[in-house]
Design a protein around this ligand. Structure first.
Ligand code: MF3
Ligand code: CO
Length: 261
């Protein structure tokens, strides 16, 4: 069942998403060669709690941490560890959710670590652009398939693989609500979008083939061919004429400066 949000509820969701966005900016200050993903998680959890939020990933289906940290060929749901030390040329996706005032936020961002290969930067750029292509479709009267179709065609044209096993989702009082928001699909297919629908749109795109496996920890998803993947996510509210993006990358941009892509 899809829950349409009132304007007041949307504003609460925006507050939750702004806190999440600021948390990423704080963690971004520490992303450099030599840092462990466990340390990044610790910074994230402290920031969330200090600001009155609840780290919603921690304990969700027994996920152990506040932050998902997925490095290079890892797509999503990487578990922070003091044995994972970032090195020059890596990319790392941070993905997390906060519950604030009863409402969840969700966004994700793939960061460069030191000097990243041009081909990988292109993957990151294309994935972020695909996110915005999808968001453009999240307006009243369009259909769910328009979002997936826009993302898929943009990324496949660039020669990349679109991960199918993980999808975006409705979001609100629960982290995952209906509907599922696929990153592939056909224009004109699926339900009609209505004002007040809130959803997380989150393309996960691979430089190589789209096929995945789950590592032995039971959580971490990676590409079978071990080619790198990027993942950018915003929470949005469907509106008449223009999607309302509830999360923001502006705080991340302030920290990354000219390394922001
Ligand atoms: N943004 C992630 C998702 O929608 C958050 C996952 S939290 C976890 O899947 F606990 F499931 F890892
Ligand atoms: Co999500």
């Amino acid at each position: 069942m899809i829950f349409l949000k009132t304007d007041e509820e949307v504003e609460l969701m925006r507050q939750s998403n702004i806190l999440l966005s600021k948390m990423y900016a704080e963690v971004a200050k520490y992303i450099q060669p030599g840092v462990t993903t466990a340390r990044l998680d610790q910074i994230a959890e402290e920031y969330i709690r200090d600001n009155g939020g609840i780290p919603a990933c921690k304990g969700y289906d027994d996920f152990p941490n506040a932050l998902c940290t997925s490095v290079n060929e890892q797509i999503v749901h990487g578990i922070p560890s003091d044995r994972v030390v970032l090195k020059d040329g890596d990319i790392i996706t941070l993905d997390s959710s906060i519950c604030l005032n009863g409402f969840h936020s969700d966004s994700a961002y793939t960061f460069p670590v030191g000097n990243v290969a041009e081909a990988t930067l292109r993957l990151m750029r294309t994935t972020k652009e695909a996110l915005y292509k999808g968001i453009e479709q999240a307006v009243t009267g369009h259909r769910l398939g328009d979002i997936g179709s826009a993302i898929q065609s943009y990324c496949e044209k660039a020669g990349y693989g679109v991960i199918r096993e993980f999808v975006g989702h409705g979001i609100g009082r629960d982290m995952h609500e209906d509907p599922e928001v696929c990153n592939y699909g056909r224009r004109g297919n699926g339900i009609v979008l209505k004002s007040g629908m809130t959803m997380a749109i989150e393309p996960m795109i691979s430089m190589g083939r789209r096929h995945i496996l789950i590592e032995d920890d039971g959580w971490t998803a990676r590409t079978i061919d071990r080619k790198p993947t990027a993942h950018y996510e915003h929470s949005v509210c469907v509106r008449n004429g223009k999607a309302d993006i509830l999360s923001t990358f502006d705080y991340i941009q302030e920290v990354l400066g000219d390394r922001f892509i």
